[in-house]
Design a protein around this ligand. Structure first.
Ligand SMILES: *Cc1c(COP(=O)(O)O)cnc(C)c1O
Length: 365
């Protein structure tokens, strides 16, 4: 209400305040608020100088935005397989796909968990590659005591409604390098060297210069003012997500038909997703039918993700084959993301556990 009544609704004081709170929380030197995580990823690649003929390594088990932005830069997304335990990008797959054209690696912290970061960072260092974190799931996650978003050269966050905090739509780039931070800020608002606040407010001036052909990726003060209050509640949200994940773990522990998510001992899991793997060999039902049965009981679930190599654009353009990604294929054939968000009541979690158990009993071979 303060923002709406202030007369200043786009990028201004509230956006600066949100950025300051965010960088303090994550522990980065800079944080630049933008319109989405997709914009954050795109700006990171542009600032890293990715252009035509460059290759960027991306896991296949991710949302389309992670790879689409490479195409927006004119580069080639090189999809690689993941590890079966955490569903994160496999270090050996990264290593084997590095070519003289490789310029960057985008690390996705699947479901809110960071793993194999040391291994992938070592590969990036050895080949002089830029390391970008797609931390869309990982606000609050830690790896060996360090927060996600400060593990590589750039950290990219999402405030889409399903993510751990929201601004309706929005994103953030975290970065330690002063020059890269300035480039991102410029590129997020037309490549102009002064934002509207510096031009139209009482201390502003009309003069500005276009230094690059930038984008329109800025965050508004309306979004930022939601983000400020959401960030205050993040610890509480994360605690609830972790409690609910524990209830699910306990609720399925004795069922061999349900594999619960592996938690790496290397850090703090932000519990963005709770993904089970169905041991379909032991069930007289496949994953699609299991999801339908849950829907009939009023339980909405999802699949994270349809691997990128299966989508027509990636398959047809880069000639990927399903046999190139055996681990992602195996995960994709079994995975279901169960409801997990702070608005759930304890009774909702109990209902999901009870319903899943009954389905397993009724389809047991
Ligand atoms: C949600 C998501 C994004 C995109 O976030 P937006 O803020 O909607 O642009 C990128 N990567 C992953 C892994 C995501 O889940």
């Amino acid at each position: 209400m303060d923002t709406l009544e202030s007369g200043w609704i786009t990028t201004g004081r509230k956006t600066a305040l949100f950025e300051n709170k965010f960088k303090e929380y994550v522990g980065s030197k800079h944080a630049i608020a933008v319109s989405s995580c997709t914009a954050a990823l795109h700006l990171s690649l542009v600032s890293a100088g990715i252009s035509e003929a460059d290759e960027v390594i991306v896991p296949t088990l991710t949302f389309a935005a992670t790879a689409n932005v490479v195409v927006h830069c004119g580069g080639r997304p090189v999809l690689v397989d993941v590890r079966r335990d955490t569903f994160n990008m496999a270090p050996e797959a990264v290593e084997s796909h590095v070519t003289p054209k490789t310029k960057a690696v985008i690390l996705v912290h699947y479901g809110g968990q960071c793993s194999y970061v040391d291994e992938i960072r070592a590969i990036a260092k050895r080949h002089n590659l830029c390391l970008i974190e797609d931390a869309a799931h990982a606000l609050g996650a830690e790896y060996k005591g360090v927060k996600a978003g400060t593990l590589g050269d750039f950290g990219c966050f999402s405030f889409y409604p399903t993510k751990n905090i929201t601004t309706a739509e929005g994103g953030m780039v975290t970065v330690n390098d002063d020059v890269l931070a300035e480039k991102i800020r410029l590129m997020s608002l037309h490549g102009i060297n002064k934002d509207a606040w510096k031009r139209y407010s009482s201390e502003g001036s009309w003069y500005y210069e276009v230094l690059y052909p930038g984008f329109k990726y800025n965050m508004t003060d309306i979004q930022a003012s939601i983000g400020i209050h959401q960030l205050d509640r993040l610890e509480y949200f994360t605690k609830l997500r972790q409690e609910y994940a524990q209830l699910y773990d306990d609720g399925f522990r004795d069922l061999e038909e349900i594999e619960t998510p592996f938690v790496s001992p290397t850090g703090v899991h932000a519990r963005h997703l709770y993904t089970i793997l169905l041991q379909t060999e032991k069930l007289a039902v496949d994953r699609a039918r299991f999801i339908d049965e849950l829907r009939k009981k009023n339980i909405g679930t999802s699949v994270h993700f349809i691997p990128l190599h299966r989508h027509p654009f990636y398959k047809d353009t880069y000639k990927y084959s399903e046999s190139d990604f055996p681990v992602a294929e195996d995960i994709f054939s079994r995975t279901i993301s169960l409801p997990l968000y702070p608005g759930l009541a304890r009774a909702d979690i109990d209902y999901v556990i009870d319903t899943v158990r009954k389905l397993v009993y009724s389809f047991r071979k």
